[in-house]
Design a binder for this molecule. Structure first.
Ligand SMILES: *[C@@H]1O[C@H](CO)[C@@H](O)[C@H](O)[C@H]1NC(C)=O
Ligand SMILES: *[C@@H]1O[C@H](CO)[C@@H](O)[C@H](O)[C@H]1NC(C)=O
Length: 221
């Protein structure tokens, strides 16, 4: 009994190491077009599918990435438009998200992470500086020109900065999860609801109470 538990544990660890166990399981059928209309009373890891015989070509097509996002709608000067099961129901269970990234002149996507996905970004227009920080706090950074791609490893904090002083930047990114998630470091720490206690932030960032208040106010927290 003990030995078989031990074996199971070893097998699981091996499976994780070999990447056999991944967060998005392989689809069990050709496709699973998301049923976004019928309310469902149970929660699934993903969305239920419509009857496959009712799937049509337009379930697999979207124009959502054709339109630039409004980069004035937030204080950092970026906008990310994502495919999801609402605007592209055919993506359900495929383990994919596509993103259109618009960054204003001198705009940023501040340090953030995607807990459930690795990301590869191709720059279509502009001139940006990108980087990620690994878990030993080493920074990997590159300047990208149109046509260049860069990979952000899963879960690691990364940023994009439009260093072109005259034109906006446009990039397209692919993420290997249907629901990659995004967490901005500054907003998570200083604009959470409810608030992280001041004492924790003062200590974590080695700053005073007035600094905590100022940063909160600046970030709308
Ligand atoms: C992105 O742009 C859309 C309109 O293009 C806007 O509704 C949305 O609030 C913007 N998102 C952010 C995060 O600024
Ligand atoms: C973009 O967002 C800003 C701020 O919310 C707003 O004033 C402006 O009208 C928006 N532009 C477009 C094209 O929607």
């Amino acid at each position: 009994m003990v030995r078989s538990k031990h074996l199971l544990l070893q097998t699981l660890i091996l499976a994780v190491l070999l990447g056999i166990i991944t967060s998005d399981p392989e689809p069990l059928q050709d496709f699973c077009v998301a049923d976004t209309v019928n309310p469902h009373s149970m929660f699934l890891n993903g969305a239920p599918c419509i009857n496959p015989s009712q799937a049509i070509s337009c379930h697999f097509m979207t124009s959502i990435l054709a339109k630039p996002g409004n980069t004035s709608a937030n204080r950092f000067g970026f906008n990310v438009t994502l495919t999801n099961i609402q605007n592209l129901p055919g993506i359900n269970t495929q383990g994919l998200t596509m993103a259109r990234v618009d960054i204003a002149v001198n705009g940023y996507i501040p340090p953030h992470s995607h807990p459930r996905a690795s990301e590869v970004t191709i720059l279509l227009k502009g001139n940006i500086l990108v980087g990620f920080i690994d878990t030993s706090n080493k920074l990997f950074t590159q300047q990208l020109r149109p046509g260049d791609s860069f990979v952000f490893p899963k879960g690691l904090t990364h940023f994009l900065y439009n260093i072109d002083m005259s034109s906006p930047a446009v990039a397209v990114a692919g993420l290997n999860s249907q629901n990659p998630g995004a967490q901005l470091v500054s907003l998570a720490t200083f604009a959470s609801k409810p608030r992280i206690p001041d004492e924790v932030l003062k200590n974590a960032f080695q700053i005073g109470g007035q600094d905590v208040e100022r940063i909160r106010r600046n970030l709308g927290g």
